[in-house]
Design a protein around this ligand. Sequence first.
Ligand code: CP
Length: 321
Amino acid sequence: MDIEAATREFLASPESRNHIIDTRQFKERRPLEEVFRLADKIAGEIKAGKTGYARVLDGKSMISLFYEPSTRTRLSFEMAMTKLGGSVISTENAAEFSSAVKGESLEDTIRVICGYEPDVIVMRHRENGAPLRAATVSTVPVINAGDGSNQHPTQALLDIYTVQKEIGRMDSLRVGFVGDLKKGRTVRSLAYLLSHLEGNRLFFVAPESMRLEDDIRSYMKERRVEFEESEDLGEVLPEVDVLYVTRLQKERGSTAQDGSYYVLDRKGIARMRPGSIIMHPLPRNEEIHPEVDSDPKAAYFRQSANGLYVRMALLHDMARG
Ligand code: CP
């Protein structure tokens, strides 16, 4: 399957509105603002101990189908559905415990699941394009919870939501990405999304073997997004409002040449601008030293917590039918 061609065809079809597969679906600012307003409202109610949203998805159900490991995405989606009053049926290790082991195709699995009448399917898969294949046969909304090295759209939505909350805007930003930019799907999704907003300037820091893929570079050029590529984290640190750090994608075959990889420590953050923030989709390995965690710039745990409210807002809209 030519994933890029299939994605373009999907994005051009009216059916794409029923699913969340790729951040290129979010070209307009207004739908983003609506999701973020709802996320804010839900977060406000929950933090105030109010129960206004506790039953809005009463009687609705979500199937979470994860063929790859996850902590944040699966649990925050499942918690989101539960907090909205819906129910969850979960396969946390579908690669081992679903009938994929017996050779069932993904398409057949989705057709069978749809027969059980869920209201939404949230899926993660190790193969690029798998959620798109699922969406083409599904009779209910499919949410891509991460596919291979391709996309992780709901992560990008919660990332932008976090930037908006922390910095107060989602455009005219200077955003630095550092790490394994070739295999990291969160970087791809967020770079696409930032390209749709006004005046963002992007800096990509990676060793030669982990540089950004050409398709993203072409997309940014098409959209006239200003971007720079470098191998030197030190020169980018003083430039950015947001530093988006990512880990080495060992499970996708990435290895640090000569064993070295970027590490952000206290000395590094001292070079960053006042008011700038550090983000990370997590899980973290060694790329952010734990001594950074107590600095107010370290926004990564606030970022992961925001995932609950953004996913509640998405489910609120998608599972209600
Ligand atoms: N950020 C993220 O996708 O984390 P998980 O792999 O734990 O879901």
